[in-house]
Design a protein around this ligand. Structure first.
Ligand code: DGJ
Length: 590
């Protein structure tokens, strides 16, 4: 004992020294990072996986602390645990090399006061394709910070230089990277051991608008030159797993191993074709239009721009991570049926058809994220989880079913409706879903990435859905809004959340389904009935054992009501009412 004690003294001293020295400008093991768990990638914060139940503020809401005062309580009331906040390069670096971090510090302090985490959005060279957030000293220096050029002055309606900074400028790239690096060093200084800031979004919805690519002389020179060797090598090394949309165009050109952009990937847009605002009009036929929004059109143009945006942003990200290494992502304005051609959406952004190009050009970007307003929610999630891309949804609508499905089926790191402090506030339904997901999150996070969890969504009139999970096949049918519509309060005695308007249209039902053991399930969400069929040898009939309605408090299950009789159809019907969590055990009988 004595010997052991004396041996430990230096270790204790070292530990004490370490504790006292971790403070300003330090990071520790709790620093946010990504970690694989089965097929999922999780955000780890303070050593534990974190499910971000978020909202994104209006673009300029956080440009002053005064303007944010009434916003913080709304975020807390909506049961959010984190918030996405834009930081403007113009405000951060009003004079070149002179940084003002007062606002960043104030936002971090207020978030801590409200028990919220932050994802900052770096609105710098590009925001929605264009360049409205760079500082005045950048905007007015047209020579040092060149803009892209589109059209040839006669064949497109908008021609000549436009207000999009060009990716072909080292000066722009280095100025953006320097500012981002300074921001990240500062965040590390003030937050490196507290971890209020979870992740960074770098730029916002980048890409060329109103044409398929930059047609400035320097861009044309690059476009007429060879595809860079690094990109060709990447494509060859990943040939078997490339996104099918990309492989299709490479295959159509004979999987060439070198050549110009058009030789390797096919034609760019002829100058004679104008980019309309929408693409339902000629020259696209009705048939082409039907599925056109999921393919590459004029592939070499979009691929060329994807590579150049990726290379620019890689430098910004590398500089930022050298200052403070936390997860960083880029977000995409998506191709959609009436905006199917590159240029009607930002051409070259991190869309799924060019994910491989982004992976090759910007390996330090951790996540390629969708701004997901489309009705095809599930298919977008599927395209954004190919090849192990972690899912994070920085912008979306406030549909609670989408939040449940993203967490339970697509292993999302976070869900974040846009504009939640403005005209798209989080209503009672999403607030209730956030309450439910935050209770369930330890269980959801423990099951992400393995096949013991999924989620279903059903609308009124949909046929029942069969799901194999654990030892049973679950048949899930729509029941809709019946009885309970707000969840039980998380803490006994706390006021119940507001109830939705009784006149609302039929709800979309959604539920997370978790197999916790051979005959044990947790179900969260609601508006469904669940029937069970065994998938293992033994007696054919399935009985409901314990049916408990409850809550998780600090990850521990607490029963609110034990259900039988009328609440389970006399033991024969399992209904998951909206915004409830059930723990159910099953047994078999002949
Ligand atoms: C997508 C952008 O990324 C947001 O910043 C915002 O401009 C919304 N569109 C507006 O709907």
């Amino acid at each position: 004992m004595r010997a052991r004690k004396s041996c430990n003294v230096p270790a204790l001293l070292l530990a004490a020294l370490t504790l006292t020295t971790i403070s300003y400008g330090q990071t520790d093991e709790g620093t946010p990072h990504l970690r694989k768990q089965g097929s999922a990638t999780q955000l780890i914060v303070d050593g534990k996986p974190f499910l971000a139940l978020s909202g994104e503020l209006g673009n300029n809401s956080a440009t002053s602390l005064e303007n944010m005062e009434p916003v913080w309580p709304k975020l807390v009331a909506a049961n959010m645990n984190s918030v996405l906040i834009g930081i403007s390069w113009a405000q951060l670096e009003p004079q070149e090399g002179k940084f003002d971090f007062t606002l960043v510090d104030g936002l971090i302090a207020k978030a801590r006061e409200n028990n919220l985490r932050i994802v900052f959005l770096w609105f710098a060279s590009w925001k929605n394709g264009t360049s409205s957030y760079p500082p005045y000293w950048v905007k007015k220096d047209y020579t040092r910070f060149p803009r892209i050029q589109i059209g040839d002055g006669s064949t497109v309606s908008i021609s000549g230089p436009v207000e999009l900074l060009s990716t072909f400028s080292e000066a722009t790239r280095d100025a953006d990277a320097a500012a981002f690096g300074a921001l990240m060093r500062h965040i590390k200084e003030v937050d490196g051991t507290k971890h209020t800031v979870l992740m960074m979004q770098v730029e916002n919805e980048v890409g060329v608008l109103r044409d398929t690519r930059d047609r400035s002389p320097v861009a044309n020179h690059g476009f007429d030159g060879p595809v860079p060797v690094e990109l060709m090598k990447y494509l060859e090394a990943h040939k078997d797993t490339l996104a099918p949309e990309l492989r299709e165009v490479w295959a159509a050109n004979g999987y060439r191993k070198s050549g110009t952009w058009t030789e390797v990937f096919g034609p760019g847009k002829p100058l004679s074709v104008e980019i309309p605002v929408q693409t339902t009009m000629p020259p696209m036929t009705a048939l082409e239009h039907q599925d056109s929004w999921q393919h590459l059109h004029w592939p070499s143009d979009e691929i060329f721009m994807a590579w150049n945006y990726a290379r620019f942003i890689e430098k910004v990200v590398q500089t930022g991570k050298a200052g403070y290494n936390i997860p960083m992502y880029v977000n995409a304005w998506l191709q959609q049926p009436n905006h199917a051609w590159p240029g009607t959406y930002p051409s070259g952004g991190p869309l799924p058809q060019v994910h491989d190009i982004w992976r090759a050009g910007a390996p330090d970007v951790d996540i390629l994220a969708p701004d997901l307003y489309l009705e095809y929610f599930d298919s977008v999630c599927e395209r954004f989880t190919r090849n192990g891309n972690p899912l994070f949804i920085p912008e979306t609508s406030t549909n609670p079913a989408n939040a449940i499905v993203a967490a339970g089926k697509y292993n999302t790191i976070g869900f974040s409706p846009f504009g939640i402090d403005g005209n798209r506030p989080i209503g009672p339904d999403l607030a209730a879903a956030y309450n439910l997901l935050s209770q369930l999150s330890p269980m959801i996070l423990a099951h992400q990435g393995n096949d013991s969890m999924t989620a279903v969504r059903l609308s009124q009139g949909d046929p029942p859905r069969k799901v194999k999970l654990g030892n049973y096949t679950l048949e899930v049918s729509y029941t809709g809004r019946s009885r309970r519509i707000a969840p039980a309060p998380r803490v006994p005695g706390a006021p119940a959340p507001p109830q939705p308007d009784a006149q609302e249209p039929p709800m979309e039902a959604a539920a997370v389904l978790i197999a916790a053991g051979p005959d044990e399930y947790y179900f969260g969400g609601g508006g469904v009935r669940i029937d069970f069929k065994p998938d293992t040898p033994g007696p054919p009939n399935v009985g409901l054992g314990d049916v408990q309605e409850g809550r998780f408090v600090d990850g521990k299950w607490q029963v609110i009501r034990q259900l039988a009789g009328d609440d389970t159809g006399q033991g024969e019907i399992l209904s998951l009412r909206p915004n409830t969590i059930l723990r159910v055990t099953l047994y078999r009988y002949p």
